[in-house]
Ligand binder design. Structure first.
Ligand code: AMP
Ligand code: MG
Length: 399
């Protein structure tokens, strides 16, 4: 067995940072910037009002209540065609440019317009700059808004368009093919024959790929047949930027993924000192990384989290491929037996009053018991030994 870190270092060395390109902003969610993105002009681009109300000179309302003469209206989107002189006010709507001469806005709730609209009574004094959003208050011209390596969220995309960046420099979204292997697998609601089970891995793995912002490519179920696995892997490596398979990497007589990868790729088969997900086949075929994950449903998900996610993150341009675990605390006994491996237990992690996550088993810990993964929300990293007692610290990977 080799330590997790050694296996992961090997995997990451086989994954290259993806090419850079300009991607339309609406297609850029979850991608990672490849260049600094800077504001060309100030945001807001002009002094404007944060409130519906009246643009005034603060000095004129110092002794409010006071009455001002109405000289015009400025709507959002309009260019102000009036100037506010001493003793005057202009009706103004949220987002509209502050007219020249005005230095404050009184919100409409603190005013009363005369019946004929010729004057307005201001009920309270306001300071200079009241409800005014000054030019450049959010972003200054030339300011780097996002450094390279920024993961684009919804808000990032909004900022990009606000500064006129409609094509965003990013690392390309990788296409990740997902293959299930196994003669026992079916993909149908029909009653199962003896020996059959339904393929769950392909659906969970495709969902994991997509949830991290890569493109999932469904490459179906392949039988435990050497020739079929060879052609499926060659085809997948040619069509995709990375390939994730499940099954066929253990010690069984029909575990052909391991065998075929050795033959067609630059592959290393590893026994990693972890539970679940001890066997891992990782290699490249024509430069395309292939993650040969074990078949048990929990194992394949854990293996994805520990190896495929960091590899794909690196390809996507994330500066930190391995996200650090977060410190938590055991809420209940997290028992295990010593076996020379680090265990990744399925747990429910709930924020405690002290701000740390408190973890307890979310169900059965068998590597076939996927429901405990679904019912939990984290993996607890339990070092070799007898386990963790209630109240003791434990590191967590939130899922
Ligand atoms: P293997 O790694 O191929 O030896 O498979 C280990 C276990 O995982 C066996 O019980 C398989 O039936 C099961 N298994 C393999 N692939 C899948 C899959 N795609 N969905 C659900 N179970 C699977
Ligand atoms: Mg199998």
């Amino acid at each position: 067995m080799i330590p997790l870190e050694e296996a992961r270092t090997f995997v990451l060395s086989g994954c290259e940072v993806g090419p850079t390109e300009l991607v339309p902003v609406d297609d850029a969610l979850d991608l990672v910037t490849s260049e600094p993105i800077a504001a060309t002009g100030p945001i807001p681009p002009f002094d404007n009002t944060a409130m519906d109300g009246f643009a005034v000179r603060a000095a004129d309302v110092e002794h409010a209540p006071t009455t001002l003469r109405m000289v015009g209206t400025v709507a959002a989107g309009a260019r102000p065609d009036v100037e506010v002189a001493s003793g005057e006010a202009v009706r103004i709507m949220t987002g509209a440019p502050l007219p020249p001469g005005a230095d404050a806005v009184v919100m409409v709730e603190l005013t009363s317009l005369s019946d004929d609209g010729s004057t307005v009574e201001i009920s309270t004094p306001v300071p200079v700059g009241n409800h005014v959003r000054p030019t450049g208050d959010d972003l200054q011209p030339g300011q780097v808004v996002f450094e390279p390596g920024t993961t684009l969220s919804a808000a990032h995309l909004g900022v990009c368009t606000s500064i006129g960046v409609y094509d965003v420099p990013v690392h390309a979204r990788p296409r990740v093919g997902v293959i299930s292997t196994g003669d026992e697998l079916v993909d149908s609601p029909a009653p199962l024959e003896i020996g059959q089970i339904r393929d769950s891995n392909r659906h969970t793995l495709l969902a994991l790929v997509r949830s991290m912002g890569a493109t999932g490519v469904d490459l179906g179920v392949i039988a435990d047949d050497e020739d079929q696995i060879r052609s499926a892997l060659l085809d997948a490596a040619a069509r995709c930027d990375a390939v994730v398979t499940s099954g066929g990497v253990s010690m069984g007589d029909f575990d052909y993924v391991k065998k075929v990868l050795t033959e067609i790729g630059d592959m290393r088969w590893m026994q990693v000192a972890i539970k679940p997900a001890k066997p891992l086949a990782f290699g490249t075929v024509g430069g395309t990384p292939i993650f040969g994950l074990p078949g048990n449903p929990v194992s394949s998900m854990v293996s994805f989290e520990l190896f495929a996610r960091p590899g794909i993150r690196k390809m996507m341009g994330h500066r930190q491929p391995v996200e650090p675990p977060i410190p938590g605390v055991a809420r209940a006994e997290l028992r295990r037996r010593p076996d020379g491996k680090t265990h990744f237990a399925r747990v429910t992690a709930v924020p405690d009053t002290d701000g740390r996550y408190g973890a307890s088993f979310s169900g059965g810990q068998g590597s076939h018991q996927l429901s405990a993964m679904a019912n939990g929300n984290a993996l607890a990293i339990i070092p070799d030994g007898d386990g963790v007692n209630p109240g003791e610290p434990v590191d967590l990977i939130l899922l």
